[in-house]
Design a binder for this molecule. Structure first.
Ligand code: T4K
Length: 370
């Protein structure tokens, strides 16, 4: 092995251990481990306050949150979505019993292009499932306008968009529903977890009910629900982590700003996320490696890997090229040229709050002179 220790694309932020242990003592004393217990309720309240939103349904992961969101609206027809995302976005559509229809992305933000969305609308279209990729806001005005004019539901996969603010408000407050991920690899985590940001208490109650088997009380079950409950242990982890989030977000921005300053003018490299834009969360540091760079994207990926630096190709292959989706008409060859090009050129460099400056210097040095 040529390198001392691996540098991963991300590392989770952890709560201060004494804070977490103190919450564990509460759990030990109540012996309540699940089923909307006191820790979950505290976590929901604290998270709502942190994010500036009122009605949050916390669940066990974002994949489940996406399925619940689609099921809440009874979506079983076509859902227009992006091919440039983590596979969970399209999988959720299928698990909800609906069908993904892919629309191409904007070449600058790599978020779904509203004009491409509108061109895909048919009489079977029921919803748009857009992703704020890398925490960069979609064109929410244009998508909202399309959804309104065509009577479609607009759901945002905001898995990457923790604490992002846009047009003076929390980004997750936009759309019919927004979904956050609290997976270990995310800006904020509860090891596993997710949330649905709801517009009102009635929607939250309906989603909570669906995620608790549709059980109203001991003898009353009103719908075919399922189990999306977060455990008290995960809730305690998330609750204990929240006080560290301001510092973690600031530290991410410092790391992202160093990359930005030193790579943004490098020939053949395009940096996608400017950390100086107010309200952003520096979720990742994605670059596009174009043909005039000395190495191919995969060449750079391997060059870094040989040095123990595990950059990742989020998101390659595009979802539309995976075996379970590639037969869809919207996925056929010649469609989605911008998403397919982005998937060929994308590379996410390591970014997490405590990435050591010396390690980052080494990464930047290798990217600058491969
Ligand atoms: N929508 C979008 C747009 C998403 O990006 C995701 C998830 C979802 C929906 C679904 O959210 P969840 O249902 O998961 O809540 C990871 C994550 O598993 C996944 O949550 C995430 N997106 C996706 C972008 O990345 P992998 O398979 O690439 O992760 P993995 O295990 O290779 O981890 C990457 C690196 O992180 C490792 O090399 C080391 C580090 N790591 C990872 C874990 C799990 C740690 O240091 N500690 C850890 O515990 O999918």
């Amino acid at each position: 092995m040529k390198y001392a220790r691996p540098i991963y694309v991300t590392r989770p932020v952890l709560p201060d251990l004494p804070d977490f242990l103190s919450l564990l003592e509460d759990i030990w004393s109540t012996r309540i481990l699940s089923n909307n217990g006191p820790m979950l309720r505290r976590f929901e309240a604290a998270l709502g306050e942190y994010l500036g939103v009122e009605h949050i349904s916390i669940v066990n992961n974002a994949s489940m949150a996406l399925v619940l969101s689609l099921r809440h609206f009874g979506i079983t027809g076509e859902v227009i979505t992006t091919p440039f995302s983590f596979v969970a976005t399209s999988h959720a559509i299928r698990w909800a019993g609906a069908e993904p229809v892919f629309a191409d992305v904007d070449p600058v933000t790599l978020n779904v292009d509203p004009a491409a969305v509108e061109a895909r609308i048919t009489p079977r279209t029921q919803a748009i499932l857009a992703v704020h990729c890398y925490g960069q806001p979609c064109d929410t005005d244009a998508l909202g306008d399309i959804a309104r004019r065509h009577g479609l539901r607009l759901i945002y996969d905001a898995a990457h968009a923790f604490a992002v603010r846009h047009d003076g408000q929390p980004l997750v407050a936009v759309g019919d529903l927004s979904v956050l991920s609290f997976h270990a690899t995310k800006v904020f985590n509860s090891c596993e977890g997710g949330a649905i940001i709801c517009p009102d208490a009635a929607t939250k109650d309906a989603i909570d009910l669906m995620g608790n088997f549709g059980i109203v009380d001991e003898t009353t079950v009103t719908s075919v629900g399922l189990n999306s409950k977060m455990s008290e242990l995960n809730a305690a982890f998330g609750l204990a982590l929240l006080p560290r989030m301001d510092a973690a977000l600031d530290a991410r921005k410092v790391v992202a700003s160093r990359y930005w300053a030193r790579l943004k003018d490098l020939p053949g490299i395009t940096c996608l996320c400017d950390p100086a834009i107010p309200g952003r969360n520096a979720y990742a540091f994605p670059i596009l490696v174009s043909p005039d760079y000395p190495l191919s994207r995969d060449g750079l990926y391997e060059r870094l890997r040989d040095e123990g630096i595990f950059a990742r190709r989020y998101f390659y292959p595009p979802i539309a090229d995976l075996p379970m989706y590639c037969e869809l008409p919207s996925a056929s060859a010649g469609e989605l040229p911008r998403a397919r090009r982005a998937a060929r050129e994308i590379l996410c460099l390591p970014l997490y709050p405590d990435l050591a400056e010396a390690d980052q210097d080494r990464i930047i040095g290798l990217v600058s002179a491969p």
